[in-house]
Design a protein around this ligand. Structure first.
Ligand code: TYD
Length: 138
């Protein structure tokens, strides 16, 4: 069964929207098979965002992502990787349609409520980055 990693970002936690966002994923038929609250360290953020570490927005993004504890979880279900990204909507919340999670709750291109893995390879790498195998109840 396919799995993906999500991170409920600091804006989601600050707005107390964790339940609302998880509800959308659960109502879409996906199971939570791992979850924890954690504060992302600079080292972990550098690893997680290695593909964009050279972008001008990276320092501000890393500061935002480390600003308060976030909820990291693994979701499982058929087609979960693509479907979760569809439910999130586009990266830029200001351009995301209403009815998508970012369109309804997000602020802009950085402050956008939730991260989700973008493919099978990144999902496997991200799940292994945040969880030990025995912490994933698949
Ligand atoms: P990206 O992988 O392009 O988007 P997504 O989160 O939809 O997979 O970008 C990763 C994160 O980088 C994004 O969620 C927020 C941040 N970001 C910015 O802060 N500014 C930007 O201009 C872009 C493109 C991304």
């Amino acid at each position: 069964m396919e799995k993906t990693l999500i991170i409920l970002k600091p804006d989601c936690m600050e707005k107390r929207l964790a339940g609302a966002v998880l509800d959308r994923f659960q109502k879409a038929g996906f199971d939570i098979v791992a979850a924890k609250l954690t504060r992302l360290s600079p080292a972990l953020l550098a690893e997680h965002y290695a593909h964009i570490a050279d972008k001008p927005f990276f320092p501000a993004l890393a500061k935002f992502m480390g600003s308060r504890p976030v909820l990291v979880a693994v979701l499982q279900g058929e087609g979960v990787i693509a479907k979760v990204r569809e439910l999130l909507g586009p990266t830029d919340s200001s351009k995301a349609p209403k009815g998508t999670i970012r369109g309804d709750y997000g602020t802009d291109v950085s402050v956008n409520i939730c991260h989700a893995s973008d493919g099978p390879e990144s999902a496997a790498a991200e799940i292994a980055r945040f969880f030990k195998p025995d912490e994933v109840f698949a």
